[in-house]
Design a protein around this ligand. Sequence first.
Ligand SMILES: Cc1ncc(COP(=O)(O)O)c(C=O)c1O
Length: 391
Amino acid sequence: MTYNFDEPIVRRGTNCVKWDEATNDKILPFWVADMDFRVAQPIIDALRRRMEHGVFGYTHVPDAYYRAVVDWFGRRHQWTIEKEWILYTSGVIPAIAAILKAVTLPGEKVLMQTPVYNCFYSCIRNCGCQVASNPLINDNGTYRIDFEDLERKAADPLTRVLILCNPHNPAGRVWTREELQRIGDICLKHQVFVIADEIHCELVMPGHTYTPYASLGEAYQRHSATCNSPSKSFNIAGLQIANIVVEDQPIRTHIDRAININETCDVNPFGVEALIAAYNEGEEWLTQLNAYLWKNYEYMRRFCEANLPQFPISRLEGTYLVWMDCRALSASSEALEQSLMDEAGIWLNAGAMYGPEGEGFMRWNIACPQAQLAEGLNRFLHYVTHKMKRR
Ligand SMILES: Cc1ncc(COP(=O)(O)O)c(C=O)c1O
């Protein structure tokens, strides 16, 4: 079946965070990370069947669910996992909160490559831990890891955990096997436990390959917990389903306890059905989606090169989130977010949300029909042309 990602779907008026939280209905949203595309037909069919049953009591997670996860990662990513290693919960952030609770003590440090997904910060603080940054190095729009800094910070006796974002939001990097191995070796050497957030792992652009961190080898797998979910890649974030894959049995028991203590041990029947359908029958849709996202990125890259040379964008290896350097405007990213909404009618995420290293940058979500992206870029161009003229 061929899917039409150009089809505009009205989301405004559906209690949609991305569209309905705008202050007026002229604003085009390119912020929160979900997609303006209809999901794969097998997911709709599975949800319809479940919905027509008409009873939505507490749900049991069946064997077919675990099989779908195990088969997917084995088939698609050559990562062999066992059913018993999987713990389900209601989201990746609840998953990370439970893992942090299980493996850290209050006051300990959690390392991450910054700028990075904003909820990691609150999650770490809510667990009573401290954020430790390993700032990424921006090499002409491609970010790389500062391994010397990472080693220094991992050696701090208070550093207990690294949250690895693979692929990285917002830098758009898909970490290579070599990079992952270097990160892993540093963490193993200094007994830093790795939480691999791999929620964006299916959104990978041509020429790049996602390597599950835990698939690097036994030692890496034993000292890590991987969080994944079909939520980003299959556009089902509202159904709130995610998994933690953790081989080490004592650690798994602690994490399972923490999921219960945090009261995030129940999932809903729609999330379960959607995950099974996505992993068993959604691959064709996903292939078409990635091709479309790449076309959108290429469109944006050409547009920016031709019209916005002072606003370089990052090379997109993975995710559908494009990181734009807006420092030419000399505005804080927060002020720019507001001003773009008020004056240009577009909503982007302020880079400073992801840490101080993101100041002056903006994040574009390009998972929308290309005509909408084109309109957003034109509005942005109009806005900056006007601003630059007045300076
Ligand atoms: C890296 C990363 N992790 C986690 C999440 C959120 O996951 P969830 O909604 O399952 O808590 C996001 C959402 O954008 C994300 O980018």
